[in-house]
Design a protein around this ligand. Structure first.
Ligand code: GLU
Length: 492
């Protein structure tokens, strides 16, 4: 079997975290089986369209490497991928259903349907269509059509029959047709409903596996009935459970934090997003945690997807991100950082490009193990990219560091100065600096921190920064001497 999966969003918002999960699972399953993964746009509900959402979705999917094999407006344009451009196709299939007595015209007005719903609610009954038009005679139908009474078309649900949905995650779902509503398939505006268009398209696009979120589980029996009405093969379903926020509330579209783009703007690595999202529902059945995309493709099984909802936890995502910041290649990460900066912080990007790449790389190498994501880079680099500043005296004279007076600090700074002034070339590693400093501090019968703390303050003037030796290594000897001199002048 040639596996074909699809992601079929309605363009009513930007790509959410839970949709990213749906895309990822569709993608992994297709790739694992040497199949195809399609993107189709379900835009038949014209009242809810959001402009720009398809472009945004395509851009975000490309950023996270989940590029479909076929997508709307692709160069070869095999068929229209927007449902709104496929209306004549649905019309043809509606006509076929009516001819085969699998669907019927419904002339009930929306007022009648509203009344019916209210009545059923008051009686505590499930709200369903009462099948009034199902039994109209041919003459009655003809007469109503001829007098242009607006109509919808509804599915004729067989009486008292058991419908079985085979689901790879939920196993078997059984429903009796007496509990299934006679669903509208064609709306009075001539647009198909989601249910009809979705089934027709999945069939025509050779979709073999329908992997989508749990919200559609209750519709699956209706879909099976539709496949049967057309005498089409039913695809295999896999309904993935919901995603909750870490306060156990359902994720809501109102919070921007659910948009995938938000995580790109915070400069999370694709590696960590994909790795974390993959594990939210899927269990590799071992204690392994870190997977590349290729490893996921190899290992992914729909049957190992959890049946319970998952909880989205940004701290866990940070954990994965820190891991990849520590382990991925330095140059690769730095290029990635530059891409993010050029996209989201042009001013800072232009600023760092004024510095040597080797300088930038040294800074990044030092910081990448301390930050959780790229966006923290800027706040930790003030002292590398800005004019040097003077550390406040109460930071330098610090009881915790046993620097009890300006004199102690001055002595420490002077000793560091003498060491650095003897250096003709720059240090080639932090270890070299360490050897020099430890030896000279010992000779001067001082304590390490009495030198290193004031130096750290002179070089970074902030409460939190890398250590003195790292700072010297990054700033080079000359700039370190400048900064120490400046601090000595100011405290003397
Ligand atoms: N258009 C539906 C949605 O956005 C697709 C559901 C499905 O995958 O069948 O939820």
């Amino acid at each position: 079997m040639n596996v074909v999966t699809r992601f079929a969003p309605s363009p009513t918002w930007y790509l959410h975290i839970w949709s990213l999960r749906t895309v990822l699972y569709n993608y992994l399953f297709a790739k694992k089986n040497n199949g195809k993964f399609l993107l189709r746009i379900e835009d038949t509900d014209r009242t809810r369209l959001v402009e720009g959402s398809v472009d945004n979705m395509l851009a975000v999917l490309a950023s996270v490497w989940l590029i479909p094999d076929e997508w709307p407006n692709n160069p070869w344009d095999k068929w229209p991928y927007y449902q709104s451009e496929r209306l004549d196709i649905y019309k043809k299939y509606i006509d076929q259903l009516i001819k085969d007595d699998k669907a019927y015209y419904c002339f009930c007005s929306s007022e009648r349907l509203d009344e019916l719903r209210t009545e059923q609610k008051e009686l505590g009954l499930p709200t369903k269509y009462d099948k009034k038009c199902r039994y109209l005679s041919e003459e009655e139908i003809k007469e109503k059509l001829n007098s242009w009474i607006p109509y919808t078309v509804r599915l004729k649900v067989p009486e008292n029959k058991e419908v079985i949905v085979e689901d790879l995650i939920k196993w078997k779902i059984k429903v009796n047709t007496k509990d299934i509503d006679e669903q509208v398939l064609l709306k009075s505006d001539g647009f198909p409903t989601y249910h009809l268009a979705n089934i027709v398209d999945d069939h025509l696009m050779w979709v073999t596996h329908v992997i989508r979120w749990d919200e559609w589980t209750p519709s699956a029996p209706k879909h099976v009935l539709l496949y049967q009405a057309f005498w089409w093969e039913v695809p295999t379903f896999a309904h993935i459970p919901l995603l909750l926020w870490n306060d156990k509330k359902k994720l809501s579209k109102r919070t921007w934090d659910v948009a995938v783009e938000n995580y790109l703007e915070k400069w999370y690595l694709t590696e960590s997003l994909i790795n974390y999202i993959s594990l939210l529902w899927w269990n590799p059945k071992t204690t392994e945690e870190f997977f590349t995309m290729n490893e996921l493709i190899e290992r992914f099984e729909l049957t190992n997807v959890h049946k319970a909802w998952a909880v989205f936890d940004v701290d866990r995502l940070d954990f994965f991100n820190s891991h990849y910041l520590k382990t991925l290649d330095l140059n690769y990460l730095f290029d990635k950082l530059k891409t993010y900066l050029s996209r989201y912080d042009k001013e800072f990007y232009d600023k760092i490009l004024k510095f040597d790449d080797s300088y930038n790389l040294k800074i990044f190498d030092e910081l990448k193990t301390r930050i959780k994501h790229f966006s923290e880079f800027k706040s930790y680099t003030n002292f590398f990219y800005n004019e040097s500043n003077i550390a406040p005296t109460d930071l330098i004279v610090n009881q915790k560091m046993k620097i009890d007076s300006i004199d102690t600090a001055t002595n420490g700074l002077k000793l560091a100065l003498s060491i650095l002034e003897d250096k003709i070339t720059d240090y080639s590693s932090i270890d070299d600096i360490k050897v020099d400093f430890v030896e000279k501090i010992k000779e001067a019968e001082m304590k390490n921190w009495q030198v290193l703390w004031p130096v750290r303050c002179a070089l970074s003037w902030e409460q939190f920064s890398p250590w003195a030796l790292e700072l010297i290594y990054i700033l080079w000897v000359k700039e370190s001497i400048n900064r120490i001199n400046k601090t000595l002048e100011s405290i003397s």
